[in-house]
Design a protein around this ligand. Structure first.
Ligand SMILES: NC(=O)c1ccc[n+]([C@@H]2O[C@H](COP(=O)([O-])OP(=O)(O)OC[C@H]3O[C@@H](n4cnc5c(N)ncnc54)[C@H](OP(=O)(O)O)[C@@H]3O)[C@@H](O)[C@H]2O)c1
Length: 262
């Protein structure tokens, strides 16, 4: 990269977001590490970013809250020298209780829609306005927005329909912002991870060990768990502008899960 790029990564204290922050640091980025409540994990992520050759800061904020979004964007912007080149919408939660579609309750529905869909939508809207006010960078971009969705955007799990619906919504959100912002020099992408080893999947590790690692016809042609760095490397490629003629594109980083096989 010719100039030091700046990135705001939501939910970067742990898991996939941390992996993204570290890969961006390897590309020399300055990274704002957003987190909800785990300040110790965020500090650890920042130490790893520095170890990887980047710089950064931690920014607490619940992306479901309008006031928090406003504050976290202001703090990130200030800490990043007045410019956000890349927004990574990564923060997200799984349902606390998996419930069959016929029993699913409104509490879980509201929580997932607030954190996983409303948060990224209004954060993208807010950061897009910031990017529109920025002068184009050396490559002619005003910014890039990446959203981390899931294979759940198109895979039905009837015991967590709320999660599947918000991820499908994020896929459409990517297309909408891509269309709206293309003329302004802001490219927008979706990255669709498969099963990645993080705290989120820790509770279902045995189930996925079985499904992924079995000798015959596992759920992924590539017979291993994904790692946060697998997603981090994909985001890094976008930060390095490897896809300047793509916008609204979806990248499957899933070990081949999305293939239809017979
Ligand atoms: N793991 C997978 O297999 C997988 C697969 C496909 C897609 N994904 C998606 O990838 C993203 C990251 O998942 P993960 O597995 O890395 O999850 P994780 O290990 O549970 O980490 C979640 C991260 O999000 C932050 N966070 C949670 N709620 C937040 C809120 N309201 N505001 C701001 N930050 C918040 C957490 O901060 P604290 O540390 O402060 O709690 C943490 O940094 C999610 O969107 C998830 O849906 C995961």
């Amino acid at each position: 990269m010719t100039t030091q790029k700046t990135a705001l990564v939501t939910g970067a204290s742990r898991g996939i977001g941390r992996g993204i922050a570290i890969e961006l640091a390897r590309a020399g980025c300055r990274v704002a590490i957003n987190y909800a409540g785990n300040a110790a994990a965020a500090a650890e992520a920042l130490a790893l970013v520095r170890e990887a050759g980047g710089e950064g800061l931690t920014v607490q904020g619940d992306i479901a809250s309008a006031a928090d979004r406003e504050r976290l964007v202001a703090q990130a912007c200030e800490g990043l020298g007045g410019r956000i080149d890349l927004l990574v919408n990564n923060a997200g939660v799984a349902p606390t209780v998996r419930a069959d579609l016929l029993d699913a309750g409104e509490e879980s529905f509201d929580r997932l829609f607030a954190i996983n869909l409303k948060g990224p939508f209004f954060l993208s809207q807010r950061v897009a306005k910031q990017m529109l006010a920025q002068a184009p960078d050396a490559e002619g971009f005003r910014g890039r927005i990446v959203t981390i969705t899931s294979i759940s955007a198109y895979t039905a799990s009837t015991n967590r329909g709320d999660y599947c619906m918000v991820k499908a919504g994020l896929a459409m959100m990517t297309k909408l912002f891509a269309d709206r912002l293309a003329a302004a020099g802001i490219n927008v992408y979706e990255i669709r991870p498969g099963v990645i080893a993080t705290d989120m999947t820790g509770a279902v590790k045995d189930k996925y060990d079985q499904l992924i690692l079995r000798e015959e016809r596992g759920i992924t042609p590539l017979r291993r768990w994904g790692q946060p760095s697998d997603i981090g490397r994909a985001v890094r490629a976008i930060a390095e502008d490897r896809f300047p003629f793509s916008t609204g594109a979806c990248f499957d980083v899933d070990g081949g899960f999305h293939l239809h096989r017979i």
